[in-house]
Design a protein around this ligand. Structure first.
Ligand SMILES: [Zn+2]
Ligand SMILES: [Zn+2]
Length: 78
């Protein structure tokens, strides 16, 4: 199951499961759209892969498959 992380790994802004601004790589590294556009330039700094908008999990499924609450933040964001 996709790990729906609660915030951007770069600026730590909140990215709730229904946020259209969450972007992920194939390893589920999670970033906000601002950082992807202005800081990361479309490339995940952890793995070098590309970033795509995170699919939104329907609310009724979040009840049984809740989003992750574990915040991941990089010490240095490029
Ligand atoms: Zn960010
Ligand atoms: Zn990555």
């Amino acid at each position: 199951m996709l790990d729906l992380r609660p915030g951007c790994e770069c600026c730590d802004r909140d990215l709730p499961p229904d946020s259209p601004d969450a972007m992920i790589c194939t390893y589920e590294c999670t970033w906000c759209r601002d950082c992807v556009d202005n800081v990361l330039h479309g490339v995940c700094p952890n793995c070098g892969g590309n970033l795509q908008p995170r699919p939104i999990r329907p609310a009724e499924l979040l009840a049984t498959n809740p989003a992750s609450t574990q915040r991941v933040v990089r010490e240095h964001c490029p």
